[in-house]
Design a protein around this ligand. Structure first.
Ligand SMILES: Nc1ncnc2c1ncn2[C@@H]1O[C@H](COP(=O)(O)OP(=O)(O)OP(=O)(O)O)[C@@H](O)[C@H]1O
Ligand SMILES: [Mg+2]
Length: 449
C-alpha cells in the first residue's frame, strides 16, 4: 500500500466517518472524509480517488446518486457501498448499477480494509487494460503520414472527422511538417476521393499566369488564348482544389477567389458566363497568416472563408518520439530504392538525431537519411554519415566553450539566449518562457544581441 492511494469516505454518521478514516490511515491510505453527500459530489469532480466508500442512506444526494455521478466523472474508480442490515435490496440495486461491492452494518473493520484493498487491485487492472487498449488503438500512420505521437494522433482523428464534409480547410505549420501529405489524406479519406485532387502552388506560378491557370479563359481573351481553357478551379469540380502557399496569392486574385467561393461558380477570363462548381478548397501556409492580414497583404474575409476548419501541423522538435519511427520509414524507403542492404542507425547516430532541433522538420530528416544511405559504406548509419551541422550542434558544449574561451557573464547570457532561440525555432514567446523573461525584456536583449 502506498501513500498515493486516496480514499474518499462519505457518511453522514460522522463518528463512523472518523472510525473508518482512522483505520484506513493506519493501513497507509490517504483519506478524505465528508458527511455531506452533495459536498462529496463536488469533491469527486475536483479530485481523482482510487476508491470511494459511501453510505447508502444519507440526507441530500443518495448513495446511489453518488455512484452514478462517480461513473460519469471517474469511471475507473470503484465504489464500495455501506448499507444497514435490512436494506439489502438497495445494496443489490447498487451492485447492478456497478458498485464494486457492499458491506452491511455492523461490520468488522478488517472486512472493510480487505474490500478496499481488493477494489484497489481491480482498479489497477482496469487501468492497465485501459492503457493497453489505448495503445492498440493508437495509430502509427495514416495514409502517407507517419507518427504515433499524441499530436499526430489528434491530426489523424481530426482528418477522419472532417474528410467527408465539404468545408474548406486551412493547414498551417512550418516548412516540411507534412501539410501537403495532410491535404492528400483529407482528400483520399473522404467521399471526394473519386473526384480529382488538383494542386496549385501560388508561390511557384508567376502572377500574370496564375489567374488564367486558376480560372481559365475564353478563346481570344488575350493574344495567346487560341482556344477555350477551363482552368484548374473548374478541373477540380467534385474534388479538391489544393492551394499551396496561399499567402503568396496577389490581392486582385484573392478578390476573385473570394467571389468564386461565395457564389460557387467560376468565370473564365473574357467569358460573359459563369459556370457552377462544387469544389472543396484546402489551402496551406507556412507563415503566420494573421500577420499578413495586418500588413494588408491578405484579405481577412477570404481568410475566414478558407479556414472554416484549421489544422496546425506540429513541428518535429515537439514530437521527437516520432523520430525513430520516421527514420525506420525512410531507411526502408531509400534502401530499397538504392538497393542497399541498410537496416539500422547506430545508437550514437540516433542520439544525435534525437538531440537536433530539425528546423526543416520531416523533410530535413528525410534528406539526412537519404544522404546517409548514399554515403554510408556499412549496413549501419554512423555519426560520420550525418551532416556536420547535426554532429557539431551536439558536440559544442556551452559551458566547456565558455570556460575555454573565458566568457564574461554577459557573453554567456547572450550565447544561452541564442541557443534557446535555436531550440524553439525562433519562437519568442516560447523562448521567453524558458528563459523566465517577459517578452519585452527578451526583445531588448535581442536588440543588444
Ligand atoms: N508525418 C510524415 N510522415 C512521413 N513523411 C512525411 C511526414 N511529414 C512530412 N513528410 C515528408 O516530408 C516531405 C515534406 O512534406 P510536405 O511536402 O507535406 O510538407 P509541407 O508542410 O507541405 O512543406 P512546405 O511548407 O515546405 O511545402 C515530403 O517528402 C513528405 O513525404
Ligand atoms: Mg508544401
Amino acid at each position: 500500500m502506498d501513500w498515493d492511494d486516496k480514499v474518499l469516505v462519505v457518511d453522514d454518521d460522522l463518528e463512523m466517518c472518523g472510525l473508518i478514516s482512522d483505520v484506513l490511515k493506519e493501513e497507509g491510505f490517504s483519506v478524505q472524509t465528508t458527511g455531506e453527500s452533495l459536498e462529496a459530489s463536488k469533491i469527486i469532480k475536483r479530485e481523482e480517488f482510487d476508491v470511494i466508500v459511501t453510505d447508502l442512506k444519507m440526507k441530500g444526494l443518495k448513495g446511489l446518486d453518488l455512484l452514478e455521478e462517480t461513473h460519469r466523472v471517474a469511471p475507473l474508480t470503484p465504489v464500495i457501498i455501506i448499507t444497514a442490515f435490512g436494506t439489502i435490496e438497495s445494496a443489490i440495486k447498487a451492485m447492478k448499477m456497478g458498485a464494486y461491492d457492499y458491506i452491511t452494518k455492523p461490520f468488522q473493520m478488517d472486512e472493510l480494509v480487505l474490500t478496499v484493498k481488493k477494489a484497489l487491485e481491480t482498479r489497477l487492472l482496469k487501468k492497465e487494460v485501459f492503457r493497453l487498449r489505448k495503445e492498440i488503438e493508437s495509430r502509427y500512420d495514416f495514409h502517407q503520414l507517419i507518427g504515433k505521437s499524441p499530436s499526430m494522433q489528434k491530426i489523424y482523428d481530426l482528418i477522419e472527422r472532417i474528410s467527408d464534409s465539404s468545408s474548406n480547410v486551412l493547414i498551417t505549420g512550418e516548412s516540411g511538417t507534412g501539410k501537403e501529405l495532410a491535404a492528400k489524406a483529407i482528400h483520399y479519406n473522404g467521399v471526394r476521393k473519386e473526384g480529382p485532387f488538383i494542386a496549385v502552388n501560388c508561390a511557384a506560378i508567376p502572377e500574370a499566369l496564375l489567374e488564367s491557370e486558376l480560372f481559365g479563359y475564353k478563346k481570344g481573351a488575350f493574344t495567346d488564348a487560341r482556344s477555350d481553357k477551363k482552368g484548374l478551379f473548374f478541373e477540380a469540380n467534385e474534388g479538391t482544389l489544393f492551394l499551396d502557399e496561399i499567402t503568396e496569392m496577389p490581392l486582385t486574385l484573392q478578390a476573385k477567389l473570394l467571389r468564386a467561393i461565395e457564389d460557387k461558380e467560376v468565370r473564365p477570363l473574357g467569358d460573359t458566363n459563369s459556370y457552377p462548381v462544387d469544389v472543396r478548397i484546402i489551402s496551406t501556409s507556412n507563415r503566420d497568416v494573421e500577420s499578413s492580414i495586418k500588413q494588408g497583404r491578405f484579405r481577412e474575409d477570404l481568410y475566414y472563408r478558407l479556414k472554416v476548419i484549421d489544422i496546425e501541423m506540429p513541428p518535429l522538435r515537439e514530437r521527437k518520439e516520432d523520430i525513430p519511427l520516421l527514420i525506420q520509414h525512410f531507411i526502408t524507403k531509400f534502401s530499397s530504392e538504392s538497393k542497399k542492404k541498410m537496416s539500422v542507425v547506430s545508437e550514437d547516430a540516433l542520439k544525435l538525431l534525437l538531440n537536433y532541433s530539425w528546423p526543416g522538420n520531416v523533410r530535413e530528416l528525410e534528406n539526412v537519411i537519404q544522404r546517409a544511405i548514399t554515403l554510408s559504406r556499412h549496413e549501419v548509419i554512423l555519426p560520420e554519415d550525418l551532416p556536420a551541422s547535426i554532429v557539431q550542434k551536439a558536440d559544442e558544449k556551452l559551458f566547456e566553450k565558455a570556460i575555454g574561451e573565458k566568457f564574461t557573464l554577459d557573453q554567456l547570457e547572450k550565447e544561452y539566449i541564442r541557443r534557446v532561440l535555436i531550440e524553439t525555432g525562433g519562437n519568442k514567446s516560447k523562448a521567453s518562457e524558458i528563459l523566465g523573461l517577459d517578452r519585452k525584456t527578451l526583445y531588448r536583449k535581442l536588440q543588444e544581441l
